[in-house]
Write a new protein. Sequence first.
Length: 280
Amino acid sequence: MSPEVFAIVLGAAALHAGWNALVRVGLDRLLAVTLIQVGAGVLALAMLPAVSVPDAAAWPWLGLSAVLHVGYNVFLGRAYASGDFGQVYPIARGSAPLIVALVGVMLLGDQTSLTGHAGVALLSGGIWWMAVRGAGATGLSRIGLINALITSAFIAAYTLSDGLGARANCDAIGYVLWLFTLNGLCMGLLLWGMRGRRTLAAIAGHYRIGLLGGAMSMAAYGATIWAMSQAPIAMVAALRESSVLFALAISALFLGERLSRQRLVAGLIILSGVMLLRLG
């Protein structure tokens, strides 16, 4: 992985942690997640004239990914409704790199060195340590854990789908804009179908947060998809989960969550994994 790709993925990780923290905007979690994804969809729609229509080979991946992102957003909202940000986020992100690495090597032919594999393992282990040992006395409910793990499965699935879709399209930026347009439309229709017109009044006063979070979400994932067209999908997916470190800082500085010794240990493990990924 080149220094440029490495730096861009780290920037994407910081943006990703930031927009997830915005889910605590004051709405219920499903409304907040939908607000941000619709905001991203509006921004992406405005930029569509600047890109070409995706290649025919990319459309099946776009359709699949749109469905997977809906599942991800729904279960992410449920997970945040049943656990703290500092508990749910690490678990939801922690399992995905291992799933992506296994599938990428076994089925997609991605080549990753032993150092890279060690980095994936350390990064995932550190995230899980932070989630389980760093949770403090509160703990995480069974339903919260289940929702976080289902979210993680959706993350792994759409990561692989989008990595292949961006490669098939040969234009990562265009793929991202079409994906976020579809995702915003699907999430808006889903929320409308579930809750009706009253949802509009509930989120209208928060449109600035929606646009800000949407811009952060689109920039973060757009950079990640571009990076997956430049480097092995497994390595990019794992490095992106260093966003847990940024989430740790956000939870301590802005959300009032305690920075325990266990979380600091987990942070050092994650940093070790990031360094090995850079070397791999």
